[in-house]
Ligand binder design. Structure first.
Ligand SMILES: O=C(CO)[C@@H](O)[C@H](O)COP(=O)(O)O
Ligand SMILES: [Fe+2]
Length: 202
C-alpha cells in the first residue's frame, strides 16, 4: 500500500469487547515498525478503556492514537495521556453517536474520525447518511483533520470529499483493486479538487 502511494497506514485494533471482532494489539505493531520505519501508523483503537494501551502502543511505534468517544468516561484525560506519550491524538464516533458530542474535544485533538460503517468489520456498505456529520465539523471547526472510515472507495469518495473529509481510509476497495496505485491516485485527486473548490468559495 505504501508503494502504491498511500500516505499512511490505518491499523484496526479490535478487542472483542468494544466491537464484536478481534484483531491484534501492540505486539504486532512492534513487529511491523522495524519493517516500515518511516510510515505513519494511525492506530484505530476499537477497544474498551482506551487509556489502557497508550503507553504500550507508543512504545511499539504508533504515531497516532485514535480512540472512540463511546469507549471512555473521560475523553479529555485520554487525549492528555496520548499527547504526554508523544503521539498525535484522534477521537472517533460510531454511526449512532451524534456529532455534537465532539464539540468540547475538537480543540484538543489532531484529528476527528467519522465512522461510515458500524465498527468491527471491513467490507461493509458505506453509510452516506453520515455525511452531514462531516459537513458540520468542516463548517464549525475549519481546518481540523477529518478522517472517514468504512466502505470508502472510488464509488463513495466524492460524497466524502464534498462533505469535507480530508483523511481517507480505504480497506476493501484498495485490497480488491486491480490497480491500487490508480485507485489511490483517483481518490486523492477527488479530495484535492474538493479542497480547492471549498477554498475558492470562501
Ligand atoms: O475500522 C474499520 C472497521 O471497523 C475500518 O477501518 C474498515 O476495516 C475499513 O475497511 P473497508 O470498510 O474500507 O473495507
Ligand atoms: Fe478503522
Amino acid at each position: 500500500m505504501m508503494d502504491a502511494g498511500a500516505d499512511y497506514l490505518h491499523l484496526d485494533v479490535m478487542d472483542g469487547h468494544f466491537v464484536p471482532n478481534l484483531t491484534f494489539g501492540h505486539p504486532v505493531v512492534k513487529c511491523l515498525r522495524p519493517k516500515l520505519p518511516d510510515v505513519f501508523f494511525d492506530m484505530h483503537m476499537m477497544v474498551a478503556k482506551p487509556e489502557q494501551w497508550i503507553e504500550e502502543m507508543q512504545a511499539a511505534g504508533a504515531s497516532q492514537y485514535t480512540f472512540h468517544y463511546e469507549a471512555t468516561e473521560d475523553p479529555k484525560t485520554c487525549i492528555r495521556k496520548i499527547k504526554e506519550a508523544g503521539m498525535k491524538a484522534g477521537i472517533g464516533i460510531k454511526p449512532k453517536t451524534p456529532v455534537e458530542v465532539l464539540d468540547p474535544f475538537i480543540d484538543l485533538v489532531d484529528m476527528v474520525l467519522i465512522m461510515t460503517v458500524e465498527p468491527g468489520f471491513g467490507g461493509q456498505k458505506f453509510m452516506g447518511d453520515m455525511m452531514p456529520k462531516i459537513a458540520y465539523l468542516r463548517e464549525h471547526f475549519g481546518q481540523i483533520d477529518i478522517e472517514v472510515d468504512g466502505g470508502v472507495g472510488p464509488a463513495t469518495i466524492q460524497q466524502c470529499a464534498d462533505a469535507g473529509a480530508n483523511m481517507i481510509v480505504s480497506g476493501s476497495a484498495l485490497i480488491n483493486s486491480e490497480n491500487p496505485r490508480e485507485t489511490i491516485r483517483y481518490m486523492r485527486t477527488v479530495v484535492e479538487e474538493a479542497i480547492q473548490r471549498s477554498q475558492l468559495e470562501r
